[in-house]
Design a protein around this ligand. Structure first.
Ligand code: 3HC
Length: 724
């Protein structure tokens, strides 16, 4: 039986002799092999038709194209799909499309990303709408543009802008694209196709230029200047992503085209693209792309046909760091917010923090004064529950005190309407406990933001056994509207992120007490790709918070908590992290962290309290071992989280680690990375350390079972059971 084609193009020839070729492959008109094959077939067809004078290429339903079909990369990587190098970029896009004897004009609405923009750039002119997004985001996937983008974009917009667009993966909108020379005119969506039709006729009749972008030279700088631009770009790329090769490959390929000519550049691009497509970085980043979209697919919740209810007004309790950050995120998402505090002074302080959050955006040029005024007008401070009678959701963000939260939820039940979602931003307390004094268990949910809440991209949605599916669907929708990646998790101490990462700092304490160097550990972990090492992180979070959350873990998981006195000893001397300018580092006026020679005194004391001595092997640990001894306990805890069903799937933990803790996305997330090393290896290392250094490292049953059978940690439970 023939398999169904994945997308197609259709042709419609008008009375004016213009053929409209439309890409159809919902939801984003991605360029699957079927679409590309059909595009070539239809272009060949219209080239032969005497009645066709010129061609307009466009996309169905207001989207030009979201680029090459990312789902097809797997087949190429695994060798199931064989592709002749250059078949698409040279044969179809350059030698069929750009070399066409009839003029082609791209009519762009919605998206022209990656391969989509590359097709458009090979047309002889481009017309777009003002809201269309045009960009080459391939580097985000660990590859480079592979349909000629590395050659055509610099020739249309100049080297510096092209490098910026590719290296940052950021698209530009229609108006900017027009001022850059990437598109030729900007018109409204309803004028788009007709303008493109007329433009194509104008080209044919020499009223407008017939431009083959590949051979344009006017925007390319002279060679000497170009080399300087490349040198600067390389230095930036090395600084921003020292572990990544593909940005440098991208620069090399662009340079090759400038030095040896664009046609040679196309072949160089094809070869480099193929190599990068098979890299671990690309596989990891594609995994992250799909996993991120997969977090909002929750079995038993999002497959029930429930429609998110409209949430207009949200109340936030507590205007501290978290509450004000959450309020900022919500007003930026256009929600009307009331911020409740206990007195006038705290309320003003909370509103002040929200204003400061917005001002810092404005300062960076990301917000106009008009938008600032409009956004802040959505916020109102209150001191009582009077205005709670018409709120659709409440997010409680007060201090972590069980009886206070219980009282608040009991009050909320009285003052809020019966449909109102009752959410808590607690990072550790059991939600069942919080809701103990209410009858509204089905609308109680965790909305755990990460600090700073208006910046960090993750939102943990914590459900209890009683939280209704409707409430989860509502919160998933709000998450999307405030541009967070929501991950739905079960109720337990620390939920997914804090629970997985609690051994991160503890492993570091254990190593330091046995002789490893604090700064060496932080350096090794940052080199691995984390934004900061465990000690710098503890300073940033502050020791007060570290101790409070640590206590929760000691109480709940005593058998695997490493109890070090290092932080309490430092606290005795009023060292509490960055806020006191002294923690594991010393901080100057510019918040620069400098090592502190005095730290060794505290470590010696902590070591003697723990009754451990310096282990010469630990004091000389190579970086690889430091990384493994810090991250394998994190993997071990992630396995427990999966085993207990706290996370629905392993990929959700990958996203939680990347978005909540800054785990490097190019390693694919915590479980994906662990699977790349193998469950057997991780198990054997943990087993070895648990004999040497105690139960903290003991591998859990889930890890042991998977290692014994050689099953990946990410494999769904049924697969593991059937193989057991
Ligand atoms: C050779 C070439 O140079 C190589 C390439 O072209 S590589 C591809 C380059 N293009 C990209 O990187 C764009 C990737 N896509 C995106 O950034 C965003 O999806 C978007 C801006 C297009 C749309 O965003 P948004 O409206 O929020 O929808 P989003 O949820 O992300 O996507 C909708 C669906 O389309 C899918 N999708 C998006 N882009 C896709 C693509 N290029 N290929 C296959 N599927 C794609 C998503 O997986 C999602 O599927 P799902 O509904 O089953 O989860």
């Amino acid at each position: 039986m023939a398999t169904k084609a994945k997308g197609r193009t259709v042709v419609d020839v008008g009375a004016d002799g213009i053929a409209i070729v439309t890409i159809i492959n919902p939801p984003v008109n991605s360029l699957s092999f079927d679409v590309l094959g059909s595009l070539k077939e239809n272009l060949d067809l219209v080239m032969q038709m005497d009645g066709v004078k010129a061609i307009v290429v466009t996309g169905a339903k207001g989207k030009f194209s979201g680029g090459f079909d990312i789902t097809a990369f797997g087949g190429v990587q695994e060798g199931r799909v064989k592709q002749k190098p250059g078949w698409i970029s040279v044969e179809i896009i350059t030698d069929t499309l750009e070399a066409s004897k009839k003029p082609l004009v791209a009519a762009i609405d919605g998206l022209a990303l990656g391969g989509g923009l590359e097709v458009a750039m090979a047309c002889h002119a481009r017309i777009s709408t003002p809201t269309a997004q045009l960009g080459l985001p391939e580097l985000q996937l660990g590859i480079i543009p592979g349909f000629g983008g590395t050659q055509r974009l610099p020739r249309l917009v100049g080297l510096s802008k092209a490098l910026e667009m590719m290296l940052t993966s950021k698209p530009v909108k229609g108006e900017e694209a027009c001022s850059l020379g990437l598109v030729d005119a900007v018109v409204s969506p309803h004028e788009l196709v007709n303008t493109a039709r007329q433009w194509a006729l104008d080209i044919l009749e020499h009223r407008r230029p017939w431009v083959a972008s590949l051979y344009k030279t006017d925007k390319i700088e002279p060679l000497g200047d170009a080399r300087e631009i490349f040198k600067f770009a390389r230095a930036q790329a090395r600084k921003q992503a020292p572990n990544l090769k593909h940005p440098l490959v991208c620069i090399d390929v662009i340079e090759h085209g400038v030095v040896s000519g664009p046609r040679s550049g196309l072949w160089k691009e094809a070869e480099a693209f193929d190599g990068l497509l098979h890299s671990d970085t690309c596989k990891s980043l594609i995994h992250i792309f799909f996993s991120q979209r997969g977090t909002s697919k929750v079995p038993g919740v999002t497959d029930r046909g429930l429609v998110p209810r409209q949430v207009k007004k949200v109340a936030i309790l507590g205007g501290g760091l978290m509450g004000s950050g959450i309020a900022t995120a919500l007003i930026l998402g256009n929600y009307s917010v009331i911020l409740k505090e206990v007195n006038e002074k705290f309320m003003e302080a909370g509103i002040g923090r929200v204003k400061a959050n917005l001002q810092s955006r404005a300062k960076k040029g990301n917000m106009t004064q008009e938008r600032f005024d409009k956004t802040i007008s959505l916020l109102k401070g209150v001191l009582d529950y009077e205005s709670f009678k018409d709120v659709d959701m409440v997010i409680e963000a007060v201090i972590e005190n069980v009886s206070l939260k219980q009282q608040i939820f009991a009050d909320l039940e009285k003052y809020c309407p019966p449909h109102c979602i009752l959410a808590s931003n607690t990072s550790t307390i059991d939600l069942n406990l919080i809701g103990e004094r209410t009858k509204s268990q089905d609308r109680i949910v965790g909305a755990h933001f990460f600090s700073p809440a208006h910046v960090m991209p993750l939102l943990e949605i914590v459900r209890t056994n009683q939280t209704s599916a409707q409430v989860i669907v509502d919160l998933l929708d709000i998450g999307k509207k405030i541009r967070k990646t929501p991950v739905v998790v079960g109720n337990c101490t620390g939920f997914a992120v804090n629970r997985m990462f609690f051994p991160y700092t503890q492993a570091a304490f254990l190593l330091v007490e046995r002789g490893a160097d604090v700064y060496h550990i932080d350096k090794a972990i940052t080199k691995f790709g984390m934004p900061m090492g465990p000690f710098r992180l503890a300073d940033l979070v502050g020791f007060g918070v570290a101790v409070a959350t640590g206590t929760q873990f000691v109480q709940n998981f005593p058998e695997r908590t490493y109890k070090s006195m290092l932080i309490p000893l430092m606290q005795e001397n009023k060292r509490a992290g960055e806020s006191t300018r002294k923690g594991f580092y010393l901080y100057d006026d510019k918040r620069k962290a400098n090592p502190d020679p005095e730290l060794k005194n505290y470590i010696e004391k902590a070591r003697s309290i723990s009754g451990v001595s310096i282990d010469p092997k630990v004091s000389k640990l190579p970086e690889k071992d430091i990384i493994e001894m810090i991250f394998f306990p994190v993997v071990n805890e992630a396995c427990r989280v999966l085993d207990e069903g706290i996370a629905v799937k392993a990929a959700d933990l990958d996203i939680s680690a990347v978005m909540g803790m800054g785990f490097p996305p190019y390693r694919g997330g915590i479980i994906f990375w662990a699977d790349s090393l193998g469950s057997k290896y991780i198990y054997s290392r943990l087993e070895e350390w648990s004999k040497l250094y105690g139960g903290f490292f003991k591998p859990c049953a889930y890890l042991a079972a998977r290692a014994a059978k050689g099953i990946p940690l990410s494999a769904p439970a049924e697969q593991a059971t059937s193989r057991l």
